[in-house]
Design a protein around this ligand. Structure first.
Ligand code: NAD
Length: 293
């Protein structure tokens, strides 16, 4: 293997440490404790694990964590009423509604009901618009974590060829926008892209956010490219055991890449760390305080 491994766990630990230090300063100097409210509808086991981890990390960073559990038959109106209550609560600086929501609820309507200043997931249409126009909104956590890791590894990204595979509103689209804002030449590849391997072969930076196990083959990777694998896929091996893999064929890609994120232990740990960082940013903006360095 020639690639250096980008250690997302270590990177996330660093971000969390910085967040905890900022929280300490905000408490001491401004009597401000950032608060994150998470709303979970239903009892989906994976969502319960995410919410528990978010809660633990929020408390560990010295912040207030508010958890709101709602039955999976809650009406859209009642869920939006809960969001409005949190919009108006001065102790809450960040609001996250855990997705996916039950089928009878319109996700977009719920996301649009979150006050954009408290939308620490960065999914509100105002925040997408601000990202697209170079404004100062809230940026989705996973792509923001990816760009932080890329800048840490490569420094200035200006002029590099970047390919983002996947165009979801949660990862692919904002990722492409962030790379564009760093002056990369950005191509977005997706399920209808022709000759996807040729598109990937041109890239100095490859970000894969597809949800298809090992879709991106090692021999598609340009020598020395930086590969960020967002995918998290559970597969069953021949021996019946399950294993997490990314959207990139890790072993063969690592033979050619300059640097690569593993799965697990790459992008995954960054998402919660950035969520906490976003909550601190939101708290400072709402209080009209400059964010501590
Ligand atoms: P999504 O299903 O919303 O979007 C997938 C995208 O991939 C779509 O734009 C689609 O056009 C594209 N696509 C599908 N099949 C393709 C193909 N054969 N070739 C090229 N493009 C194809 O998924 P998402 O929410 O963006 O998540 C993508 C992956 O990232 C998933 O594995 C998800 O679990 C993972 N994820 C990880 C984190 C994290 O914290 N690490 C956060 C969010 C998502």
């Amino acid at each position: 293997m020639t690639a250096s491994i980008i250690d997302g766990k270590a990177f996330a630990a660093n971000v969390k440490e910085t967040v905890a230090r900022k929280v300490e300063t905000l408490k001491n100097d401004h009597d401000l404790t950032p608060g994150l409210a998470v709303v979970l509808v239903g009892e989906d086991p994976a969502s319960q694990v995410y919410v528990r981890n978010k809660n633990k990390s929020t408390v560990a960073a010295g912040m207030n964590s508010f958890e709101h559990l709602m039955n999976d038959d809650v009406s859209e109106a009642d869920l939006i009423a809960k969001v409005n209550e949190l919009n108006n609560d001065p102790a809450v600086h960040g609001i996250l509604v855990q997705l996916p929501l039950p089928k009878h609820i319109n996700e977009a309507a719920v996301i649009e009901s979150i006050s954009p200043e408290k939308d620490v997931d960065g999914f509100h249409v105002i925040n997408s618009g601000l990202l697209a126009t170079g404004g100062k909104g809230m940026v989705p956590c996973t792509p923001l974590g990816c760009i932080m890791m890329l800048k840490d590894k490569l420094g200035n990204l200006s002029g590099l060829d970047a390919v983002v595979v996947g165009r979801s509103n949660i990862v692919g689209n904002p990722m492409a926008q962030l790379l564009l804002n760093e002056s990369c030449t950005v191509t977005i590849a997706h399920s209808r892209t022709k000759n996807i391997e040729d598109v990937v072969r041109r890239a100095d930076i490859v970000v894969a956010a597809v949800g298809v196990p090992e879709l991106v083959k090692g021999d598609w990777i340009k020598e020395g490219a930086t590969v960020i694998d967002v995918g998290i896929n559970r597969i069953t091996k021949d021996d019946g055991k399950t294993k997490l893999v990314g959207d990139v064929e890790f072993d063969s890609a690592a033979e050619r890449a300059g640097a690569i994120t593993p799965v697990p232990g790459g992008v995954g740990p960054m998402t919660i760390a950035v969520l906490l960082a976003n909550t601190v940013t939101a708290a400072c903006r709402q209080a009209g305080i400059e964010e501590p360095a």
